[in-house]
Structure formats: C-alpha cells, structure tokens
Design a binder for this molecule. Structure first.
Ligand code: ASP
Length: 345
C-alpha cells in the first residue's frame, strides 16, 4: 500500500467519550463524531481514518468476553484493509481487554493500540486529546522505510506519553494521568517532542498467518490470599465442583500459608484436575516458587508458577487456554510458555 496510511478507530466507550449529564452530574457517553470535533488536529495528521462504534458506547466495567470477540472480529475482518487499529476504551478494564486481544490475535503483524483518558475529551485539561492523537499516529507509524511494515506489530496501550505492551499493563491509579503502568516490562515508545521507539522492546510474532482465538472458559476464579482469611471462603472457591482453573494471588515471591487445611484443599483441587496458577500480589516482580518452603508447598500441590505475568494477563490466558482445550498437560505447558510477550521466560 503506498501513499497515505489508513487506520480504523474502534470506539467502545469510556471516559474519553463522556460528558457530564447536567441532570445527574454523572458521566454519560457521546458519539464518535462528537469526540473528533474536539480534536481537529486529527484532520492535519495526513492519515486516512475510518471509525466504527459500539452502539451504545459502554463503560469498560461492563466489558465481557462478548465485547472482546466483537473487537477482535472487526480487526480480523479488516486486517488487510488498514495499516493499523486504534481502540478507544475505558481505562478501568483496559488492561484486561488489551491482554485478551493479544491472546486472541495470534500472528498479528499490525498495530492495535488501545487508549482512553482519565478526563473527558471536552474538558480543558483533558488527557484524551493527546492520547487519541498519539495513538492514531503510532498506529500509522512506519519506520522501516517500507510502507507496508508497521513499526508496532502487537497489541499495545498508549497512556501518559508512553506506549506499553498491552498484556503487560495494569491500571495503577484512579487519579493520576499516568494511570496505566507496565510493572515488569519496559515501554515500547516514549513520546516527547518525537516518538522515541525502543526497537529492542518490540514484539515480533513468529512466522504464520493471522489466527483468531475466541473461546474463553468462565468457570475460573481469582483467589487473593490475606492473613486471617477464613478457611470457609477458600473452601467454597476451591471445592466448587465446576471450577476449572484458579489464579492464586500470593504474597511476595509467590508464598502462601503452608497449613494443613489449605494444603488439603489444593490437593483436592489438583486431584479434580483444576489448573492452579501462582501470581504475586506485589505490584512489581514475579513468582519464584523454589525460594521458600511456603511456595514449595504450592508446587507440591501442582500449582504452576505464573512468573512475572500481571494478574490481568494471567486470568485471561487461563480463560483462553481452558476454553480451547481439555488437555491439562497442554494447558499447563501453555501457561508456562511466553505466548505473546506476556511473561519473561
Ligand atoms: N469508568 C471508565 C471506564 O473504564 C473510566 C475511564 O474510562 O477512565 O469506562
């Protein structure tokens, strides 16, 4: 494709496209044409843009796998028509959607950039204008000199002047304009006067056609542990007979109480074939199951180390692998592998 780069914007909702309802004072969504009217600079970027919208746009707290499928299908169907994609999305669950899209779109070689904002696009101090403009420019970016080669070839999140790998992100702040962070992987691009692209951090998919995965298992749970947690709560979750997988939210480098009752619950879940994944509650760093007796106990019960994956990426990866297979060895092997740059191996 020569000449002007073209991108497709998929508008799902979120604060970026909201205004204050004068009656209730709460934020309500506006449509996409109203958003672009706040960013006239988009017309001067020299990029051809089309847009599709969720009807109605939604707050990202309402997002579920049916919405991930909808977004991924649009990208899959229009993959050859556009140079890149921008997904406007609420920040609350952006890290989950970014993780989901990264796992769904195997073999992706074009940019899929999610962005949103902490302040609505019409507000004087909004972060939405810069986020939208930069996301659009990065989705159209080609630095190789070959028009057909996009600089970014993965699902990423643009926020707070940085581009992050999507499945490494986490919403850290409900207040700061740098709300989204990537605790265990450096940023892909730092935006200043220009875009500082950190080439060695970029993901490149192994050879193969673009493939769409869209099955997710919902009979999974997240079980963050805390001192003094009642045995009954653990029991209700781990003994649920429909449970197929669980992410344990552990302490420090992956530790959990090594008491007999908890161990008996884990052993029973293991014998029923429940897949158990260990993810630290710490905001930074990962699980090292061999470090303390309290984590060796988990390994002894068949719990798999989640390494340095975020909780968001771990939950989605578990949902997808369980959705696609009944073979526990295959699922466990997949969890330990780095499928889309989501964990350091
Ligand atoms: N509640 C909003 C959402 O996630 C927050 C935001 O967009 O920042 O949809």
């Amino acid at each position: 494709m020569g000449g002007e780069r073209s991108i497709l914007i998929i508008y799902t909702g979120g604060t970026i496209g909201s205004v204050h309802d004068p009656m209730t004072g709460s934020l309500v969504p506006i449509d996409f044409s109203q958003i672009t009217s706040h960013v006239p600079e988009l017309n001067r970027a020299g990029i051809s843009m089309d847009a599709v919208s969720f009807d109605p746009p939604i707050d990202s707290s309402n997002v579920n796998p049916s919405h991930w499928r909808k977004i991924a299908k649009v990208i899959f169907d229009y993959h050859d028509k556009y140079n890149g994609f921008v997904v406007l999305h609420g920040t609350d669950t952006m890290a989950y959607t970014a993780s989901a899209l990264s796992f769904m779109l195997e073999g992706l070689r074009k940019p899929v950039i999610l962005t949103g904002s902490q302040l609505p696009i019409g507000m004087p101090r909004t972060d939405g204008r810069e986020n939208l403009l930069s996301a659009v420019m990065l989705a159209a970016h080609s630095s190789s000199g070959k028009q057909e080669h996009s600089t970014i070839q993965e699902v990423a999140v643009y926020f707070g002047s940085q581009l992050f790998r999507g499945n490494r992100t986490h919403k850290e702040s409900a207040e700061s304009l740098d709300a989204i962070v990537s605790p265990n992987y450096p940023s892909l691009v730092k935006a200043g006067v220009g875009f500082n692209v950190r080439k060695h951090n970029l993901y490149r998919a192994p050879a193969g056609e673009l493939k769409l995965h869209n099955k997710f298992e919902s009979n999974i749970s997240w079980l963050p542990l805390f001192p003094g947690m009642s045995f009954e709560v653990m029991e209700r979750i781990l003994n649920w007979d429909e449970l197929r997988g669980v992410v344990l939210g552990t302490f420090g480098s992956g530790n959990a109480p090594d008491n007999k009752l908890f161990k008996s619950l884990l052993k029973s879940a293991q014998s029923r074939g429940v897949i158990m994944l260990n993810i630290t509650q710490c905001g930074h760093g990962g699980v090292h199951q061999e470090m303390y007796a309290t984590s060796l106990m988990l390994a002894d019960c068949g719990v798999i180390s989640g390494g340095d994956m975020t909780t968001e990426a771990a939950l989605i990866k578990l949902m997808m692998l369980l959705g696609e297979s009944d073979n526990s060895d295959q699922i466990k092997a997949g969890l330990l592998k780095d499928l889309r740059g989501e964990r350091t191996v």
